[in-house]
Design a protein around this ligand. Structure first.
Ligand code: NAP
Length: 555
């Protein structure tokens, strides 16, 4: 890259590995790289570690999987030592946990905070990446690991009049650290996805009035959060190795602790009687949380099976909402359950029984514009508002990457590479972007698996790849075009066997105007994914082109 394309700070840092993002994935990568003795630095846009759990501080933010599952597994001592206080940890506890991990493994001195990477350009002569931070610092790294998050680029819909609003506007995924005063205020929330389902009940308790603007209703299942039972925690810790193994074999990446004795679905929903089906759904409803993914083998494949679960949950929603007219607005009717992320809720539907909460169905009356004092809808009403909460989701999977000016060979941008639809090899790398490796990247199982455990496997894969290159005196790796094409075709074919493409969702890129429609996650499960990654690395990295920098070739 020419010097004039990449303004430099006072000095250029030379690294073997630059890691971007201090969430679960980036921290694991940093730990592995330092253990291997690499000169590695992690660059983080925020002022602290946490990633998702740093930025999403909205009221009610908590993980939707049980904490004993949603936790790091690379250190058996950490697994045993950390005591979770609730069944599902809240944002503050998760942030504390990652702070603890950062200090426990000596990672903090190797992290640069407030260092948002805004550009990454590949130098074809020297085979390194030139990175630039927002403040102009220049970093040169042989390998660049992007652990930038799967749901970390907030989506700000372009609704007319946004800038005319006189009150406070906040986005759930960028909730201010100092908090937002909600007590006694008139609050409007736009969106009813997982973030909204968590914050709406909490905001309703504080606001003088809450108005929720819903475009598409969601399916939510009671989480049944509760303080952690010490005996339960101890018994799971005694069996952690088995639990982790079961997670890795499961399609969803988690099994739900209540079902440890019976972790994987055995039956097809339509192969059992209606009574057995109902009993299975009742069992999972009583357990709380997202275990429905594991209820039957065919829920994501057969519309009939899927309808049986969707109808079950629809009836539960109707039971929870007193006003039948409002209940019907909250019941999803036009897409298959599980094809949008299932939500885990705490009092979500009951919130609509409160006197200080109004639901606006945008399919009946759309938002016309945002005005100084509130939101105007097509029926002419102005919904008065002091605080406007955008719970409008993320440019998922690709957004955190293509918002960075990433340029590979021939100065080609990642945006151009994906302009016709997502293309990667196994969500790990792209042809033409050598030595840049994604963790939980688009095209990997990520959001449809356990992102923490997936990152652990990927950190290991990356370490092995870098070592293998060094052992052969090479310094450059990228997937072949054929490997990329093969993976995309395989991922598309797997998705075509499921109901996911039938729904408009962020899994398919539908929530971002202009984003090409293609499945953004691999749905074949972790064992098949791991096989593909291992097969790619077999026979001297048969799915990759390996090389040595031209500038060092004669040396
Ligand atoms: P989301 O699921 O994409 O929901 C965004 C919401 O905003 C949807 O209801 C969407 O409606 C609405 N919306 C978007 N643009 C709009 C517009 N222009 N006008 C009106 N409504 C609009 O985003 P999210 O709730 O932040 O969740 C994203 C993902 O993050 C989840 O699926 C989950 O994987 C993860 N997450 C997890 C947790 C957890 O672990 N507990 C919590 C939060 C998020 P449409 O559906 O009609 O587009």
């Amino acid at each position: 890259m020419a010097d004039d394309q990449m303004p430099r700070g006072s000095q250029c840092r030379e690294l073997e590995m630059a890691i971007v993002g201090a969430g679960f994935a980036g921290l694991q990568m940093l730990h592995r790289a330092l253990q291997s003795g690499r000169k590695a630095v992690l660059f983080e846009a925020g002022s602290g570690v946490g990633g998702t759990w740093y930025w999403n501080r909205y009221p009610g933010a908590r993980v939707d999987l049980e904490s004993l599952e949603y936790s790091l597994s690379f250190s058996k001592e950490l697994e045993q030592d950390w005591e979770w206080s609730e069944r599902y940890a809240g944002q503050a506890e998760l942030e504390r946990y990652l702070d603890h991990v950062t200090d426990r493994f000596g990672l903090r001195p190797h992290i640069r905070f407030d260092a948002r990477i805004v550009a990454a350009h590949f130098d074809e002569q020297h085979h390194h990446w030139d990175l630039r931070t927002q403040s102009g610092e220049h970093i040169r790294a042989k390998y660049c690991v992007m652990a930038t998050g799967l749901l970390s680029a907030p989506n700000r819909p372009d609704i007319a009049g946004r800038d005319d609003f006189n009150g406070v506007q906040v986005q759930t995924g960028l909730w201010p650290k100092q908090g937002v005063a909600l007590e006694g205020r008139r609050v409007c929330v736009i969106g009813t996805g997982s973030s909204a389902v968590q914050c709406i009940p909490e905001i309703a308790k504080l606001a003088s009035h809450l108005t929720v603007f819903q475009r598409t209703p969601v399916f939510a299942i009671p989480a049944h959060n509760r303080p952690m039972d010490p005996a339960e925690q101890a018994s799971i810790k005694a069996e952690y190795a088995r639990l982790r193994e079961l997670e890795m074999q499961s399609l969803a990446g988690f099994i739900s602790l209540k079902f440890m004795a019976d972790p994987h679905p055995k039956n097809a929903a339509m192969k059992v009687s209606a009574e057995e089906r109902k009993a299975e759904y009742d069992r999972r409803w009583a357990a709380g949380g997202l275990s429905f993914y594991n209820a039957f083998t065919d829920l994501l494949m057969s519309k009939e099976a899927n309808d049986s679960l969707a109808d079950y949950v629809r009836d539960r929603i109707r039971e929870r909402v007193k006003d039948p007219v409002i209940a019907e607005k909250l019941v999803p009717k036009d897409y298959a359950i599980l094809t949008k992320r299932l939500c885990a809720d705490t009092g979500y539907y009951e919130t609509y029984n409160r006197d200080n909460v109004t639901l606006v169905d945008l399919r009946e009356t759309a938002i016309v514009r945002i005005e100084a004092d509130g939101i105007r809808t097509a029926d002419g009403r102005l919904h008065a508002c002091d605080v406007l909460v955008w719970a409008t989701g993320f440019d998922a999977m690709t957004g955190a990457l293509d918002r960075i000016d990433i340029r590979g060979r021939d100065n080609r941008s990642i945006r151009d590479h994906w302009a016709g639809g997502l293309r990667t090899f196994a969500g790990l790398m792209c042809a033409g972007f050598p030595n840049m490796i994604f963790m939980n990247g688009p095209g990997s199982p990520s959001a449809f698996f356990a992102p923490i455990q997936l990152a652990e496997y990927q950190a290991d894969w990356i370490e092995r790849a870098v070592d293998a290159l060094a052992a052969r005196g090479l310094d450059c790796i990228e997937p072949t075009d054929e490997a990329e094409e093969e993976w995309v075709a395989h991922a598309d074919a797997v998705a075509a066997h499921t109901l996911l493409p039938s729904t408009r969702s962020w899994y398919m890129g539908d929530n971002i105007p202009g984003k090409p429609r293609r499945i953004l996650i691999y749905l074949g499960g972790f064992p098949a994914y791991r096989d593909a990654c291992e097969n790619g690395a077999a026979n001297g990295y048969q799915k990759f082109r390996l090389g040595r920098a031209p500038a060092s070739a004669g040396a």
